[in-house]
Design a protein around this ligand. Structure first.
Ligand SMILES: [Zn+2]
Length: 119
């Protein structure tokens, strides 16, 4: 299944890789276990995108943020339901599963997680 919120944790050093990797960049380990990430995270950095890529069915400007989950995985999400300029480091986001984009063939949709401010 696509777009699952799962990361891999290195069995030797505990490093979290998202998306999953074959070889651990910390210790060169190759043994991983799957961890399901929390559907929440804190904003690490964010940028305001004024001109969205063509394949994104959305209107600019919007905020794109790198967030860190409690497990230590970092992922890039679009932040919705919020003024883009108000998305700041340290902000708590909840991840919600929503449609991200429509691919080339009509009717094929890709779903993914978007960040929604908590509270
Ligand atoms: Zn490792």
């Amino acid at each position: 299944m696509r777009c699952r919120l799962e990361a891999a944790r290195c069995n030797s050093c505990g490093r979290i890789a998202y998306p999953a990797l074959k070889i651990c960049p910390e210790c060169r380990g190759r043994e991983w276990e799957t961890v399901t990430l929390s559907r929440s995270g804190k904003v690490v950095t964010s940028t305001v995108v004024h001109v969205p890529p063509n394949d994104l069915q959305m209107e600019g400007p919007y905020a794109a943020a790198v967030i860190e989950t409690p497990e230590g995985a970092r992922l890039m999400v679009q932040v919705v339901d919020c003024e883009p300029s108000k998305v700041l480091p340290g902000m708590e986001l909840q991840l919600q599963f929503r449609r991200v984009r429509r691919e080339g063939h009509p009717g094929i949709l890709c779903y993914g997680y978007k960040g929604v401010p908590v509270g």
